[in-house]
Ligand binder design. Structure first.
Ligand code: DGL
Length: 258
């Protein structure tokens, strides 16, 4: 197959995965699709969201002519990976919270999961915790306001430190928690600001590099960077095109849904 590897997220979060893909697979052609019209996914109802994710990914796969899809969204992957694999004819790599690496890194055996309210509540997440964190205490923190802050950052604004501090405030009561999983792809984009806002130092773990490694194993991609890498968006594009261009996607198109 000759098309690009398509990276999909609700918004700009997948760009943190793009950074990891560029580091590990520097010659691979990428495309980007986001459902900015329906952002944020983390507060939406499951049945509606599955249908929406299927429709957007199907349209973006067709528009990009991609050779494989990276679902760079924990909220989408923990809900719709099986359905996507059934529906699409290209290989699909998903993104789920990095619980296993976090348990490997934690000395205190108390880790935290920072994710959207949908992801922290999903049965898929409960199964991950049961399978890999049996000997750890796992504290789940819903952190939906961080999604908007990451969007603001990529739009060229400064994230609000007060919002970050409020989201991370519960950690002040958990001094033994030593490792925090960034279980939403938007959050690694805020890493510097999160470090400044956290009540006590923690190890930060995200899935970016593991997804990039897995992509290299699962998707056979052409080793060629063209002059133009493209992005697709579902909603009005105000500052998003500029944000995507900053990550190499120099052309942005409207994604037309059936
Ligand atoms: N970036 C997405 C994730 O990894 C979620 C953002 C949203 O709520 O739309 O879960």
């Amino acid at each position: 197959m000759t098309g690009p590897v398509l990276v999909f997220d609700s918004g700009v979060g997948g760009l943190s995965v793009v950074e990891a893909l560029r580091r590990r697979l520097p010659d691979v052609v990428l495309a980007y699709a986001c459902d900015n019209a329906m952002l944020p996914y983390g507060v939406r109802e499951d049945a509606w969201l599955v249908e929406r994710i299927l429709a957007v990914c199907e349209a973006a796969v067709a528009a990009s002519g991609c050779c494989g899809l990276v679902v760079a969204c924990n909220t989408a992957s923990t809900l719709a990976l099986d359905a996507l694999r059934e529906r699409l004819s290209v290989p699909v790599v998903g993104t789920v919270p990095a619980i296993k690496p976090a348990t490997g890194a934690s000395e205190s055996r108390h880790i935290g999961l920072l994710a959207t309210s949908a992801t922290v509540a999903r049965p898929y997440t409960a199964r991950l915790i049961e399978a890999f964190a049996g000997d750890c205490r796992v504290t789940r923190l819903a952190a939906d306001p961080l999604v908007g802050e990451a969007e603001r950052l990529v739009a060229g604004e400064v994230p609000d430190p007060e919002v970050l501090r409020r989201v991370l405030a519960p950690l002040a009561e958990l001094p033994d928690l030593d490792t925090l999983v960034l279980g939403c792809t938007h959050f690694p984009l805020l890493r510097e600001a999160l470090e400044a806002a956290v009540p006590h130092p923690v190890r930060w773990v995200d899935s970016g590099d593991a997804i990039a490694r897995r992509t290299g194993q699962v998707i056979v991609a052409p080793q060629r960077r063209p002059a133009v890498e493209r992005g697709w968006v579902t909603g009005p594009d105000t500052t998003l095109a500029r944000g995507l261009a900053g990550f190499g996607f120099s052309e942005t198109h409207a994604l037309v849904l059936p």
